[in-house]
Ligand binder design. Structure first.
Ligand code: ADP
Ligand code: MG
Length: 370
């Protein structure tokens, strides 16, 4: 039995099934949780000390004082949990310290959101230990604030909500404008299907700057069209909207966001009708849009998609921020080994380093283990 004042919590990494770069346009996303988790063993303490260790990071324990936490300090992995404590305290939740040890199976920097897993496991543990009574969507918001303000990474709300709110056997439909959400059945094994994640293990150096440019381009598009966010451009009004946009750089960005929101709705319709195979072509369409209109793919991601489709996959697309990271591939279970082998072989002949391939099973969100 665990002592009062301590315990063990877990929060998962995530994959976004569809809805890419829509979150900062107040649109729709559809992530699901991975079986890979970040586990935190946490003990409450009341002397104001936050003591952090991670089995995945060299350097031993880092001790901080909760009163002294402020954005803009020296960058490092402890910014993520320290940022969560800072965000909780800034929202007037009395957190007076903790000993936290992390151990994770979520690959870092692979676009599978190890950062949100780290934040959300911290927030949930402190919420329980300090009996804060915060709802999960609220914890996700505070974690996003930690990442945006304390860590200084301008990310949307998807990753933290996925880690906090996903449930086993489902994808999470999230409207990033009002944060309303719905669990969508996504039990692939029951349909004889498998979703492979292919982590290319590359990250092109310019990705941060390009992300900022896409964000700015989307904002310029919304301003030119006189809407609050591109989410407000209806799919059946897309042609008229594009005709009103003069900037040739902005037009394809708008087209991606509007068609991508529509793809999320199509995927939901297919899944709710039990037509899981029909999701495949929508994923592939999404990849073409990210490659040609949003222009955030890269040769490695394109190769994964092309070689998977050539080997008989039902659909494939890059997922995450782009310029590296991971792709997802939907395939018949019977075909999965052939598809995986073909992707690896194609990579081997073209690039030096091989990707990492694993099967993604839609899993539970953050939870207390003991
Ligand atoms: P992603 O979220 O896609 O994995 P990020 O760059 O957003 O990539 O976050 C990765 C960073 O999060 C790591 O560089 C590290 O600072 C921190 N991090 C993630 N998991 C852990 C962990 N288990 N222990 C310590 N730090 C971690
Ligand atoms: Mg991250």
């Amino acid at each position: 039995m665990s002592l009062r004042g301590e315990g063990v919590w877990a929060a998962p990494g995530r994959v976004n099934l569809i809805g890419e770069h829509t979150d900062y346009n107040e649109g729709f996303v559809m992530p699901f949780a991975l079986p890979h988790t970040t586990v935190a063993t946490v003990a409450r303490r009341d002397d104001g000390v936050l003591r952090l260790t991670s089995a995945d990071m060299p350097g031993g324990a880092v001790e901080l004082h909760v009163d002294e936490l402020a954005p803009g300090g020296p960058a490092g992995w402890t910014d993520y949990p320290a940022g969560v404590v800072w965000a909780l305290r800034e929202a007037r939740h009395a957190v007076s310290g903790a000993d936290i040890h992390y151990e994770s199976t979520v690959p870092t920097g692979a676009g599978l959101s190890s950062s949100a897993a780290l934040e959300v496991v911290t927030a949930l543990a402190l919420n329980d230990l300090y009996e804060l009574g915060l709802e999960r969507w609220r914890l996700a918001r505070l974690c996003q604030r930690a990442e945006n303000v304390y860590v200084g990474a301008p990310t949307g709300i998807m990753d933290q909500t996925a880690a906090a709110c996903c449930t086993e056997g489902h994808a999470l439909y999230l409207d990033t404008r009002d944060l309303s959400q719905r669990q969508i059945p996504f039990d692939l094994a029951a349909h004889g299907l498998e979703l492979l994640v292919v982590d290319t293990r590359v990250e092109h150096a310019h990705s941060d700057g390009e992300y900022g440019k896409r964000r700015a381009g989307c904002e310029a598009g919304a301003a030119a069209l006189g809407v609050e966010a591109l989410r407000d451009v209806p799919y059946d009004g897309l042609d008229q909207a594009l005709a009103r946009l003069e900037d040739p750089e902005v037009r394809p960005l708008v087209r991606h966001i509007v068609t991508e929101n529509h793809r999320v709705e199509r995927v939901i319709a297919h899944l709710e009708a039990g037509e899981v195979r029909a999701v495949g072509p929508v994923l592939t369409e999404g990849h073409a849009s990210l490659r040609d209109d949003f222009r955030i793919s890269c040769p490695e991601l394109d190769l994964v998609v092309e070689s998977a489709l050539a080997a008989g996959a039902l659909g494939a697309r890059m997922t995450g921020g782009g310029f590296g990271g991971s792709a997802i591939v939907l395939t018949e279970t019977s075909r999965a080994p052939t598809v995986a082998t073909s992707v690896l072989a194609a990579f081997e002949t073209t690039f030096l380093q091989g990707p990492r391939v694993f099967t993604a099973i839609p899993s539970a969100g953050a939870r207390r283990l003991s």
